[in-house]
Ligand binder design. Structure first.
Ligand SMILES: O=P(O)(O)OC[C@H]1O[C@](O)(CO)[C@@H](O)[C@@H]1O
Length: 447
């Protein structure tokens, strides 16, 4: 069927249909708050109508810059962390060939500034010594330490390689319209810029240039992605009844399970291509809901790979988990299992079957096994891995996340808790103004 489906039949033995339905009134109210911009964090609802509001002019300018960078770069390094990284990474991994790194044609998109790992960045600079490259630096605040460090390294490397003026033409900054260190730097250096709207938070920004530019550079059709997101926008809008609204159904189901003590949601995929969609989803739901000592903990596994590592725990460990199985109905390629005359591996009983069929049976078998082990399963499926369906899926998750956050009465659009580690890191590194905290922390750490 050509639609995103949310199936609840393998969770209803843990939270009944009535229990899911009991969220209808509350969720309808949450939907109204999103639509009318009357709930908590209502100044961060720019993502809601974003798919419909993206203009032809905006798409064209993203495509133009993408084509230009592709034209002159073997590599484009995308610098960013969290919401300024994960959306693009998720889409590029989901849609790309698994072995594109070995393919000689086309510009490669590499990421930096999503860690402070010395080896990673040193190794990257060595690679960049040998290749032509450009940089897309993304930071909404413009002050995040990890991308700022990476960008300082890359800027110096590129300037010493091609000269300051050519470097400036190879650097694109995506940041706030007027505030922050990156905006100041971009204006001073004359970089081309794209704007992250004030009312769109990092984790909801994949359909702004934050996601669209790197995705276009990687060679994917951002128009189809936006088209998919537009359809998701109308399918999940407040005027679509609760029973037919996939975002409402998902939000209600996970909250019904949460109320039953299922405090950890494990996002399950059956293709490694979706690994980073899970990482993107983890940030979206973790930063949106995890506050005021509330919220489902979002975790992720890649099956069947992790059935051989995490499968034991999921089957028989503490019963505070539920799974959301995200699957893709149709593979893009066809591969059947060959017949073997010796049959020493005893696989001839599945000879002639497609790998996707075996994977599907692994999925169904696992759902039932985990149900028997006390783990509820929500199922979400999309027809195929394409720009359209990824755009649809990402918007669907955003909408369901906002609904879900409002359902537990938190502000799904802020992330005050992230500051705590940053302050301690600054204090330990001796940032001016943090001297007192630094001394206290060193005492607590015994250093
Ligand atoms: O785009 P920025 O401002 O660099 O922020 C990156 C990420 O850091 C956070 O602000 C958390 O520190 C995330 O919410 C955000 O996605």
């Amino acid at each position: 069927m050509s639609k995103l489906e949310v199936k609840l039949n393998n969770m209803l033995q843990f939270a009944s249909e009535q229990e899911v339905m009991s969220y209808r009134e509350k969720i309808n109210l949450c939907q109204k708050q999103i639509e009318e911009k009357s709930g908590k964090g209502n100044d961060f609802l720019g993502w809601v109508n974003l798919p419909a509001e993206i203009t032809e002019e905006q798409l064209k300018s993203v495509e133009k810059v993408a084509a230009e960078l592709r034209g002159k770069s073997e590599i484009v390094v995308v610098v960013g962390i969290g919401g300024s990284y994960l959306g693009a990474k998720a889409v590029i991994e989901a849609l790309g060939n698994s072995f594109s790194m070995l393919n000689d044609n086309g510009t490669k998109v590499l990421f930096a500034g999503n860690s402070i790992c010395e080896d990673y960045h040193a190794e990257l600079l060595k690679v960049l010594d040998k290749h032509s490259y450009s940089i897309v630096v993304i930071s909404k605040s413009g002050t995040t330490t990890e991308p700022a460090i990476a960008f300082r390294l890359l800027k110096q490397h590129l300037e010493s390689k091609v000269g300051k003026s050519e470097a400036a033409s190879r650097i694109v900054a995506i940041t706030d319209q007027s505030k922050g260190a990156l905006r100041k730097l971009a204006d001073t250096e004359g970089y081309r810029t794209f704007i992250i709207p004030d009312d769109v938070g990092g984790r909801y920004s994949v359909l702004t240039p934050v996601g669209l530019l790197p995705i276009a550079i990687a060679g994917f059709d951002i128009r189809k992605m936006v088209e998919g997101a537009r359809k998701a926008m109308s399918d999940t809008a407040a005027n679509v009844p609760f029973e037919q609204n996939p975002a409402c159904q998902y939000a209600a189901a996970r909250n019904a399970l949460y109320a039953k003590g299922k405090k950890v949601e494990i996002m399950v995929n059956y293709t490694p291509k979706l690994h980073y969609v899970t990482e993107w989803w983890k940030q979206l739901y973790g930063e949106s809901e995890g506050k005021e000592n509330k919220g489902i903990f979002p975790a992720g596994v890649d099956f069947t790979t992790d059935l051989h590592s995490m499968g034991q725990y999921i089957q028989e460990g503490e019963r505070f988990i539920f799974e959301t199985v995200l699957s893709v109905s149709n593979s893009s390629n066809k591969l059947t299992i060959p017949e073997d005359p010796d049959n020493l591996d005893q696989l001839n009983y599945i000879a002639g079957k497609r790998l996707s069929e075996v994977n599907h049976m692994a999925k169904l078998g696992t759902i039932v096994a985990h149900n028997d082990g006390g783990v509820p399963n929500i199922q979400i499926s999309i027809p195929e891995l394409s720009e359209y369906w990824i755009g649809y899926l990402l918007y669907f998750f955003e909408r369901a996340c906002a609904i879900s956050g409002y359902t537990i009465d938190v502000n799904p659009f802020d992330q005050p808790g992230v500051e705590a580690y940053k302050k301690n890191m600054f204090a330990l590194l001796g940032k001016p103004g943090f001297e007192e905290q630094g001394a206290e922390l060193r005492k607590r750490l015994g250093i």
